[in-house]
Design a protein around this ligand. Structure first.
Ligand code: PLP
Length: 428
């Protein structure tokens, strides 16, 4: 991986470089405008992350250029290939996910979570290969496998990962990837990562885990056997709903191959977004623990409301994934370990889900999660495929808990649910 940046003489900040290389007649105004003095390269470590907003990098000689392009020595040539700000973000996620053994974990950043998933799948799947994916699965991941990669000879089976026998039964001689989501959307099913690792290992396949909902604060899948971990950094890592990005971390030899696919397919993250995403990481544990603790209180309080049919949240002892969650999500204070997405199903089906969502005042009706404000989605209103909704009640509303005060969120939803109780009963 290229990390070092070209060294600049300490006194470069005083020398206007283009001028110093030339003598003779004064340069024209356009030439002087284009060849402005090189900015200083401070010798000190910056506390904040510099944004290296440069598409291209200069070399002292063609020999140096050739060495960097051929990867004979570290350096930067072109920002679709590598960029220091983007590398800084990817390395930071690798350090968080690989807390147990940081030197064994590398990272690559992408322009979105889907770009990271696409880059990973394109690296390890090809014509004739097979992947076992979970059901339910993130909607865009389903579309990628069913509508895009299927056209390139990749076959996919979507199986309920809560039953490892079904996963094992879906394995074929051509299975290259067992794909999982640490916490599934919208059921919050908890992947049995250690069991899936065994299945993948027996099959000679990679275990690739989308851990967007968990973040490295809640779970670090590499510690449980995952080969690669993917995040939509758009969500909790960025944390402020102001940029889109993705990242893949894992074994350096695998990540090096993913990097090559990223370069060849052109899904580079921008340095500005990398800056925002890396800045978000500095407060990731604070934000995620707080959101998890609010989600726990929210789920427990609303599960008692008479208009609520069910609440899916792995922190509740009634959730089928609760025991696995306790096992895998083993750090942090009790009550802050189970993620920050809660799916709440009112009595009354589709209409009740819409009525509940539309009466919310604090939570925004919006996709995504991990930002500062709470978001609610009536799932059946926005599902793009039956698969995305498999087994999900038509009334289910997904709450992505934000940083508001828990009492205000509970009061908002309680008020909306109280009104539902006074409406004439529609179909259930
Ligand atoms: C949002 C999301 C994605 C896609 O990420 P983008 O950044 O929107 O491309 C993938 N997986 C999960 C679990 C997500 O929540």
């Amino acid at each position: 991986m290229r990390r070092a940046r070209p060294e600049t003489p300490a006194d470069s900040r005083r020398e206007p470089q283009p001028g110093s290389r030339r003598s003779g007649p004064a340069l024209g105004e356009n030439t002087r405008a284009v060849h402005l003095p090189t900015p200083p390269t401070p010798r000190q470590e910056p506390i904040g992350l510099p944004v290296w907003r440069s598409a291209s990098w200069a070399f002292d000689s063609s020999g140096d250029h050739a060495d960097v392009i051929a990867e004979h020595r570290p350096g930067y040539a072109y920002s679709r290939i590598d960029n220091p700000t983007v590398d800084a973000f990817a390395a930071a996620v690798a350090a968080l996910e690989g807390a147990a053994a940081p030197e064994d974990v590398a990272g690559q950043a992408f322009s979105s979570g889907m770009a990271a998933i696409t880059g990973t799948l394109l690296t390890f799947l090809g014509n004739g290969s097979h992947i076992v994916a979970p059901a339910p699965v993130n909607g865009a991941t389903y579309q990628l496998l069913a509508n895009v990669l299927s056209r390139f000879g990749v076959s996919a089976d979507f199986v309920d990962h809560s039953d490892l026998r079904r996963v094992r039964a879906a394995i074929r001689p051509t299975t290259k990837i067992v794909y999982a989501e640490t916490l599934a959307n919208p059921t919050l099913a908890v992947a049995d990562l250690r069991g899936l690792y065994q299945v993948a290992r027996e099959a000679g396949a990679l275990l690739v885990v989308d851990s967007t909902f968990a973040t490295p604060v809640v779970c670090r899948p590499l510690e449980h056997g995952a080969d690669l971990v993917i995040h939509s950094a758009t969500k909790y890592m960025g944390g402020h709903d102001d940029c889109v990005g993705g990242v893949v971390v894992g074994r350096p030899d695998l990540v090096a191959r993913v990097r090559q696919t990223r370069i060849d397919t052109g899904s580079a993250l921008s340095p500005d977004d990398a800056f925002l995403l890396r800045r978000g990481l500095e407060t990731l544990p604070l934000r995620v623990r707080r959101m998890c603790s609010t989600a726990m209180v929210f789920a427990a309080a609303l599960a008692k409301h008479p208009q609520v049919r069910r609440v899916d949240y792995p922190g509740l002892p009634t959730h089928p994934g609760h025991r696995t969650a306790r096992h895998l999500f083993d750090s942090g204070p009790e009550g802050t370990r189970f993620g920050a997405v809660v799916t709440l199903t009112p009595h009354g089906g589709f209409e009740a889900g819409v009525a509940l969502t539309d009466r919310l005042r604090t939570a925004a009706i919006a996709l995504s999660m991990g930002g500062t404000c709470t978001k609610a989605v009536h799932l059946a209103s926005v599902a793009r495929s039956d698969e995305a909704l498999s087994g999900v009640d038509a009334g289910a509303v997904r709450f992505a808990i934000g940083l508001e005060d828990a009492e205000d969120l509970i009061a908002d939803v309680t008020r909306a649910l109280d009104v539902l109780g006074s409406l004439p009963r529609a179909r259930t």
